[in-house]
Write a protein that binds this ligand. Structure first.
Ligand SMILES: NC(=O)c1ccc[n+]([C@@H]2O[C@H](COP(=O)([O-])OP(=O)(O)OC[C@H]3O[C@@H](n4cnc5c(N)ncnc54)[C@H](OP(=O)(O)O)[C@@H]3O)[C@@H](O)[C@H]2O)c1
Length: 259
């Protein structure tokens, strides 16, 4: 058997984390950089990319590149840039996501398309565009990894009117299983992490208004932390999880078991 240290050692790998400039994506990027992974972070705003790159560079190798992943042209350009720089991409974390909330009768088409284009469509097309570099990095013993960030809202019926969000996340979970089956022969494992509540810009308002109520129903009685996001991602990026593909892993302190 491989030694325990080797099982969890991911240093020397190359990763791309979408939406890696803040929130859960930044927690994941920081964990990867600290584990010795050269990590690219992507988001729409060039200043946010530069700031994240600067902060991550304290711990190791990091590069920020701006791109709007809901725009197919920008997505292709970003993929071209990664392929030009890196012949092998070991880890792709499809984390960038957006939400939209409205009452049932008022929910707009724009809130449907914006969420689906980023949360679902961009995951498929970015994975497709980077497929050759992922395949080049994967081996039989240690496959390349695609880690999609889903949500507990894709597993249960949310209390809020975020209809396109929950539907997009349920679709991300199923896309994960479908891609896992099809990409396995190319030595690419595809898994999803389904977070429960983490304190980020996305959940700021909801946690301000209903935070106490929500925390009361989370069996672990807290929101998710940086170590939770980084630890699960490092496990899913390492040889320790080489035999896991097509799994949806709740990262929610037990929240989804209570719904
Ligand atoms: N927070 C939670 O409790 C929670 C729970 C379950 C699941 N999740 C999921 O976890 C992921 C991260 O969420 P978060 O809470 O960390 O959100 P967040 O704080 O709002 O961060 C979102 C990240 O995505 C980037 N982004 C947004 N639109 C983009 C686009 N069109 N193209 C490229 N990048 C874009 C943002 O940067 P720019 O603004 O610069 O583009 C930012 O870096 C999402 O998929 C979310 O659905 C979160």
């Amino acid at each position: 058997m491989t030694s325990t240290n080797e099982l969890f050692n991911i240093s020397g790998k190359v990763a791309l984390v979408t939406g890696g400039t803040r929130g859960i994506g930044f927690m994941i990027a920081k964990g990867l950089v600290q584990a010795g992974v050269k990590t690219y972070v992507v988001s729409r705003k060039a200043e946010a990319c530069a700031a994240a790159e600067e902060e991550l560079k304290q711990y190791g190798e990091a590069v920020g590149i701006a791109a709007d992943l809901a725009d197919q042209e920008q997505l292709s350009k970003l993929a071209g840039e990664i392929l030009r720089r890196e012949p092998k991409l070991h880890i792709l974390v499809n984390n960038a996501g957006a939400s939209w909330g409205a009452n049932f009768g008022e929910f707009p088409e724009s809130g449907w398309d914006k969420v689906m284009d980023l949360n679902l469509k961009s995951i498929f097309f970015l994975t497709q565009a980077l497929g050759t570099a992922l395949q080049a990095a994967g081996t039989d013993v240690d496959p390349a990894r695609v880690i999609n960030i889903g949500s507990v809202d894709g597993m249960t019926s949310p209390d809020f009117g975020n209809y396109s969000y929950s539907a997009s996340k349920a679709a991300v979970h199923h896309l994960t299983r479908h891609l896992a089956k099809h990409l396995s022969t190319a030595n690419i494992n595809v898994n999803a992490i389904a977070p429960g509540p983490f304190e980020t810009k996305m959940t700021e308002h909801m946690l301000k208004v209903k935070g106490d109520e929500i925390i009361k129903v989370i069996p672990r009685r807290r929101t998710g932390s940086e170590s939770d996001a980084a630890g699960t991602t490092i496990f899913l990026s390492s040889a320790a999880s080489a035999y896991i593909t097509g799994a949806i892993i709740p990262l929610d302190g037990g929240f989804s078991t209570t719904r």
